[in-house]
Ligand binder design. Structure first.
Ligand code: SF4
Ligand code: SF4
Length: 318
């Protein structure tokens, strides 16, 4: 069962949500940057493109205090937040949150998730870097999902929470489901056997180890834990910080040895973790095909193209 909302009523619909919830939605910041932000006015919402910055900062911020030690007391961050709605998530964004759900089992994350309603929207014009249709994404994980067609939004209900929000809207006379049309395709994901192929060298030579690919990736979630002690040597904080597998320090261990010393090994690790290792462990790709890493890379490394070329090699060898 779907509900319908006339497109011209969208701002009003958001306004009603804002009375009860904190609403987070895509906002265009300048010519190149768009990101999810807490909105003050529904007119701020910008739905014309996938956001440059992923939504993950609302669940795993770059820096977060986990515990505070003060006057002999331990004050835990319990992840308490106001009930909130994230509106305007793409299918890839929702699938990336599903990935985070599997790997972020701490109570801070879980509480934030419990208090967040996810509203997705269909991508009418997928970006030139997107290849989500290659990544076997789930059609789940949302509370509501909007499909724009003609003068209306057709809204699929994914949960009881979502149902309560759209209860007052009219039932749709027919069900609408639209097909994604990606410009970019990842043809072959069987890349296990190509780890040692020389083709990776040319990508790695261009890599600056800048970490943009992991920072902008909605499913990357690696972090480091740091304790900071005050001058009185009693009080302090324990914090969690985002880190990147593209940095040499990421795999440095006691004694100074780094297990991924070369840019080549770090770059390949990123790709193989997304496409191979995680799939073996959890049964799904960690990459959701959003293309943000390709878009953000300052030297325009296109690992999707590299994998597709490897597929060509495979065909030639047959
Ligand atoms: S690896 Fe790249 S394309 Fe895949 S989810 Fe991360 S940013 Fe998106
Ligand atoms: S964004 Fe590009 S240059 Fe930067 S670490 Fe990733 S692959 Fe390397």
């Amino acid at each position: 069962m779907q509900k319908t909302l006339p497109k011209k009523e969208l701002l009003n619909f958001i306004k009603i949500l804002m009375e009860k919830y904190e609403v987070i939605a895509p906002v265009k910041k300048d010519k190149v940057l768009s990101k999810f932000e807490i909105i003050k006015d529904p007119r701020e919402i910008y739905l014309n493109e996938i956001t440059t910055v992923p939504v993950k900062e609302f669940f795993i911020p770059e820096d977060e205090t986990l515990v505070e030690f003060k006057d002999g007391n331990i004050i835990e961050n319990k992840g308490e937040i106001k009930p909130r709605i994230i509106f305007g998530l793409r299918k890839c964004d929702i699938n990336a949150i599903e990935v985070l759900d599997k790997v972020m089992p701490c109570s801070i994350y879980i509480n934030k998730r419990k208090n967040t309603i996810l509203i997705g929207i269909f991508c009418e014009k997928p970006d030139k870097y997107c290849f989500c249709e290659s990544m076997e994404l789930n059609d789940s994980g949302y509370d509501l999902f909007f499909y724009a067609k003609d003068k209306d939004y057709y809204i699929t209900i994914g949960s009881k929470k979502g149902e309560a929000i759209v209860k007052y809207l009219n039932n749709a006379k027919k069900e609408i489901k639209l097909k994604y049309k990606n410009k970019k395709i990842l043809y072959d994901k069987n890349i296990e056997h190509y780890y040692k192929n020389k083709i990776w060298d040319s990508d790695a030579e261009k890599c600056l180890s800048c970490s943009a690919c992991t920072v902008y990736c909605p499913s990357c979630n690696c972090f480091d834990i740091k304790d900071t002690l005050n001058m009185n040597l009693k009080d302090g904080i324990r914090t969690r910080h985002e880190i990147s597998c593209q940095l040499k320090s990421f795999s440095r261990v006691a004694g100074g040895k780094s297990f991924r010393d070369s840019r080549l090994s770090r770059f390949k690790h990123f790709v193989y973790h997304k496409i191979v290792y995680y799939k073996h462990r959890k049964g799904r790709y960690m990459c959701v095909g959003c293309g943000r890493c390709l878009r953000a890379c300052p030297t325009k490394i296109d690992w999707v193209k590299t994998i597709n070329i490897l597929t060509g090699f495979k065909k030639k060898r047959k």
